[in-house]
Design a protein around this ligand. Structure first.
Ligand SMILES: [Zn+2]
Length: 352
């Protein structure tokens, strides 16, 4: 009995020493870890403080008419190799300073005067040096429009050769020869789930209408979303734009080959118009009128991607503007019933 209790006491002592050692080791380990984390977090906060100087809000209301006029000046001056080459984003930023960012007050004379000054040799730099908000508008409009105009190559109809061009290189989200209707519905109220604002433009059309990638980029999101139903999210190569295509067709929402991480070209068929969404259950048609919800989010800092700081812009005027550049498609796979673009397309950013 005596021997047994000594044995138990000895075992308990060994256990106690081992247990204490483990506790001390764990305490030391976690305090070091906590200290490191705190240090990292503080650093992150400090660096966030430094980098907080990014655009927090953009109200994009440039009309399709002004987009048209400024893009034509830019394109023609480049095609004709004129002495003064216009940059439509610079022109728009200048005009925004003149009208306070409200393009319903746009005056043709403002654009004409600017054109004359630039033609007479004045530089954009000197013309805008006293404009307090010029750099803001330039950066904001650059984020919206920089993927839409420039050099590209398009396949010729008769052979497989390509022609180099300078012009509009973004496409309408609706394929050529398919009709749709839309109206100015940005910001109107929506009540499914919770009261919120409509952050895009609804393009009403027939179920199955091929949906086109407006700009080249990388498929960042693909799958079911309670609000958007079957949806595709595509990020531009410069990371500043996130294109959102939602309510795609039940059972066959996307072209067969599409997957997350894939590179798509402007003008590619990516999916089909439908009426899915407003359900936590997948593949459910809960939208009353078939339409594509088309949205465009701007990202100046990655913290703006998800949450309360998201910047979605009104794309109504952009959709109108892109009406003249539609991608022609054909049924390329009779088994999967998938469509494909008719004329291939290349641009420099796809080679990078
Ligand atoms: Zn919508």
């Amino acid at each position: 009995m005596f021997i047994k209790s000594i044995h138990i006491t000895k075992n308990f002592a060994i256990f106690f020493i081992l247990f204490s050692t483990i506790c001390i080791a764990l305490a030391v380990f976690f305090s070091i870890k906590f200290y490191n984390n705190t240090t990292i977090n503080t650093n992150a906060l400090n660096s966030e403080d430094v980098s907080k100087d990014y655009i927090k809000w953009v109200d994009f209301n440039v009309t399709s008419d002004v987009l048209d006029k400024t893009s034509k000046l830019d394109i023609n001056s480049h095609i004709n190799n004129e002495d003064v080459k216009y940059n439509w984003i610079e022109l728009l930023a200048y005009l925004a300073c003149k009208n306070g960012g409200n393009f319903s007050k746009f005056k043709d004379s403002d654009l004409e005067n600017l054109k004359t000054k630039l033609k007479n040799g004045e530089s954009m730099e000197t013309l805008t040096q006293d404009m307090k908000y010029y750099s803001y508008y330039y950066e904001a409009y650059n984020a919206v429009l920089s993927g839409m105009l420039g050099e590209y190559e398009i396949e010729n109809p008769n052979d497989n050769s390509f022609t180099k061009k300078y012009g509009i290189k973004a496409f309408s989200p609706i394929a050529k020869n398919y009709s749709f209707s839309h109206y100015k519905d940005f910001g109107s109220s929506r009540s499914y789930g919770f009261n919120r604002k409509h952050l895009g433009n609804d393009l009403m059309g027939s179920i199955g209408t091929p949906i086109i990638a407006v700009e080249s980029g990388i498929v960042e999101a693909l799958g079911w979303n309670q609000y958007g139903g079957w949806r595709i999210g595509i990020r531009s190569f410069d990371q500043k734009r996130y294109y959102y295509y939602a309510h795609l067709r039940k059972d066959h929402p996307y072209v067969k080959s599409l997957c997350e991480g894939q590179i798509v070209k402007a003008g590619d068929v990516i999916g089909y118009l439908g009426m899915t969404g407003y359900s936590t259950k997948e593949n459910v048609n809960n939208i009353n009128v078939p339409h594509l919800h088309f949205g465009l989010q701007l990202i100046f800092d990655e913290s703006q991607k998800e949450g309360n700081n998201e910047i979605w812009i009104d794309v109504y005027n952009i959709v109108e503007f892109l009406n003249k550049n539609k991608s022609e498609v054909y049924m390329s796979d009779s088994d999967s019933k998938d469509y494909c673009r008719k004329y291939d397309f290349m641009e420099a950013s796809l080679y990078d």
